[in-house]
Ligand binder design. Structure first.
Ligand code: AQP
Length: 342
């Protein structure tokens, strides 16, 4: 199959599980905005069906979904230009996921690092949904015949599995129906680390709020978290080689580079030789300048929840114009009897 036989279309999603953070922003949302500026159709999703693979308080889920939508828009996603949706409002995602549950193999799922990390030792008590998570993710992408998926580094394995599912489906049914989607992992900060431990990913579920910059943090909170970020006693190096074995220093430099749209080498050329006591205030100033306006816009939008709900409803309508025909063709390929008009 040639990868060029499909019209380019971008899809990506984020779980509305609260605490949208700098890692989600630099690894994903900022990239989504870049793709929106290109001449390609873009679909961005709040993946609430993924979020409930671990327990979510219902009222919190509702609030986090609207807040995530506000986060997308405040970061620069234009709901007229991109299709902005809540996953559960587009039922074809879950319907195609069932087909993919029957294509994917148990062994493939068992190898997923996210499954191993999130289920921990007590796999018997994890939800079936958490195990099947990558099949739903493959459906999210392939129900749009999406060709490109911008994500952070941690999603690479799931994207490879998406390709495996597409290839097995195409092969089993002798068709050339689903594209081989390309993961797009780019930018200076594809894996933002915790501010308290440079060896751990910055994450929504880290119990320490000081480990992450939330997109809703105000200027004071952002500056304070950067001031308190863990560092080492050495001065900053002038070349990237000098960041080896210095995970906290590397993390701060990568965040700075991504926020300032520079490469790590460019940043080090400017700040090499400086102590953290000098660098951290520069970084705090940059982070406040770039992030605080997004947080403020998110709070403003959260006062207009009816507008957010309308945007999502309209997004779902536009999305279903793409997903319904693709699901219909999938059912035909699989051999399901179609309904007739009575
Ligand atoms: N630390 C990160 N650095 C760069 N990119 C990141 N992403 C997440 N964390 C980082 C990217 O954000 C997108 C959405 O992620 P998600 O919400 O679907 O799930 P996640 O990767 O599980 O996010 P968290 O914060 O780590 O949540 P929890 O704590 O619930 O597990 C993806 O593109 C992801 O790569």
């Amino acid at each position: 199959m040639t990868e060029t036989s499909f019209t380019p279309r971008v899809f990506s999603g984020i779980q509305p599980s609260g605490n949208l953070h700098l890692g989600n922003y630099l690894g994903a949302v900022k990239r989504f905005v870049d793709w929106q500026a290109k001449d390609v159709e873009t679909v961005y999703c709040m993946v609430d069906l993924h979020a409930i693979t671990v327990w979510q308080n219902p009222a919190d889920l509702t609030k986090s979904t609207r807040e995530l939508c506000a986060g997308f828009i405040a970061s620069g996603i234009d709901p007229e230009q991109s299709i902005l949706i809540n996953q559960s409002q587009v039922p074809e995602h879950a319907q195609l996921a069932w087909i993919f549950n029957c294509v994917a193999r148990m062994g493939w799922m068992q190898r997923m690092t996210q499954w191993k990390d999130k289920a921990g030792k007590n796999t018997q008590n994890a939800s079936l949904g958490l195990f099947a998570y990558p099949a739903l993710m493959a459906a999210d992408i392939l129900v749009y015949h999406a060709t490109h998926v911008p994500v952070g580094e941690d999603q690479k394995q799931h994207l490879e599995l998406t390709r495996d599912i597409a290839a097995k489906f195409n092969n089993d049914y002798g068709v050339d129906f689903f594209p081989m989607t390309e993961p797009v992992i780019e930018g200076a900060a594809t894996r933002v680390m915790s501010l308290r431990d440079g060896t751990k990913k910055m994450s929504k579920s880290d119990p320490s709020d000081a480990s992450r910059i939330n997109m809703t943090d105000d200027a004071d909170a952002i500056a304070k978290k950067i001031r308190k970020a863990k560092t080492d006693p050495e001065a900053l190096p002038s070349e990237a080689e000098g960041l080896k074995e210095r995970p906290e220093a590397r993390n701060l430099i990568e965040i700075f580079a991504a926020l300032n749209e520079q490469s790590v080498d460019q940043v080090l050329a400017d700040v090499g030789g400086k102590q953290f006591s000098e660098f951290k205030p520069m970084m705090a100033e940059l982070a406040v300048e770039k992030l605080a306006p997004i947080g403020m816009e998110m709070s403003r939008l959260m006062n207009h929840q009816d507008e957010i709900d309308k945007i999502l409803t309209r997004g779902a309508e536009r999305a279903r114009a793409i997903t319904a025909p693709i699901l219909k063709q999938t059912y035909e390929i699989v051999g399901m009897v179609p309904p007739v008009s009575l």
